[in-house]
Ligand binder design. Structure first.
Ligand SMILES: C[S@@+](CC[C@H](N)C(=O)[O-])C[C@H]1O[C@@H](n2cnc3c(N)ncnc32)[C@H](O)[C@@H]1O
Length: 281
């Protein structure tokens, strides 16, 4: 729900609205993106940039890339933010709020999971929604390598051939950092469960009995398919499957392949230029 349309001004809704803006770093002017976090490819240019950035840091200086945020905001969520705790667009966070709330209001049984969490912002937001509703039993699973994306396995997943997500250090955020982010928002407890490792290793053995909502944000064919194969059978009837990366060809193909194979006919609903979801019948 866009800010101007916020009609429910209860403390819980105001808190969630403020949280979305904070997770997005949208309350403040963009101070520019630190040069070392810009997505340079590996090579001499990247090494030079890192070297200069390291030298400057020694004398407490930092080079930043100033960005035209008006230009970038045209496709919200389509750029990698420097300071925000999530790269998920405002529309997708609004949608997440709506679907988690539906799960709670309609008593759809099960826990919540995000596969591909980066700095943890979407998981932190799910945990906050549970807190606002006084929900004290459901768990939030936080699944990530905490080391970035895997190298493409083109032999098994040809759609991932040439994928370069794995070269970007920017996408590697440690488990400790994500835990710390949860702690900063006062939302870390024993019902936040971390699943550290590649999805192909962690998801088949994860201590998950039933899910009410699964949010997939792993960018690649393999990462999306691993999550669908191992988690979708645990999704309750009436539960939601959210796809963050439908604009990426590999992810889109994994979703289409899986839905065709499993004969899933529930409509794939558009959230924004890349977000989609469907409800399991
Ligand atoms: C686009 S980021 C996720 C953004 C995040 N959902 C947010 O709210 O900003 C993708 C994440 O998926 C993780 N990832 C992708 N494929 C993976 C895999 N196969 N196994 C484990 N982690 C993976 C990466 O480490 C990275 O943190």
């Amino acid at each position: 729900m866009p800010q101007d349309a916020l009609t429910d001004r209860s403390p819980g809704q105001l808190y969630l609205d403020l949280l979305k803006k904070t997770l997005h770093f949208s309350l403040w002017e963009d101070p520019g993106k630190p040069i070392e976090s810009v997505a340079y490819r590996a090579g001499v240019g990247a090494a030079l940039v890192r070297g200069v950035a390291a030298l400057l840091k020694k004398v407490r200086l930092r080079l930043v890339v100033l960005r035209d945020m008006d230009q970038e905001r045209r496709y919200p969520g389509s750029t990698w933010p420097a300071y925000a705790h999530t790269m998920v667009s405002r529309q997708r966070l609004d949608n997440l709020q709506q679907l988690v709330t539906t799960v709670l209001q309609e008593n759809v049984p099960g826990d919540l999971i995000e596969t591909g969490v980066w700095r943890g912002g979407s998981c932190i937001f799910m945990k906050a929604i549970l807190a606002v509703h006084g929900e004290a039993t459901r768990r939030v699973f936080v699944a990530d390598s905490f080391a970035g994306l895997p190298k493409p396995n083109a032999a098994q997943y040809p759609s991932d051939a040439g994928d370069e997500h794995h070269v970007h250090d920017f996408l590697a955020v440690s488990r400790e950092q994500v835990e710390e982010n949860f702690r900063k928002y006062g939302l870390l407890d024993e019902r936040v469960v971390f699943l550290k490792g590649w999805f192909k290793d962690t998801l088949p053995v994860a201590p998950i009995q039933q899910l009410a909502l699964m949010r997939l944000d792993g960018d690649m064919y393999e990462s999306t398919m691993d999550a669908l194969v191992h988690l979708y059978p645990k999704l309750s009837a009436g539960g939601f499957c959210i796809i963050d990366d439908y604009a990426l060809a590999g992810c889109q193909k994994a979703v289409d392949d899986f839905r065709t194979r499993e004969k899933i006919t529930a409509p794939l609903v558009e959230i924004d230029h890349t977000g989609r979801f469907w409800r399991k019948s």
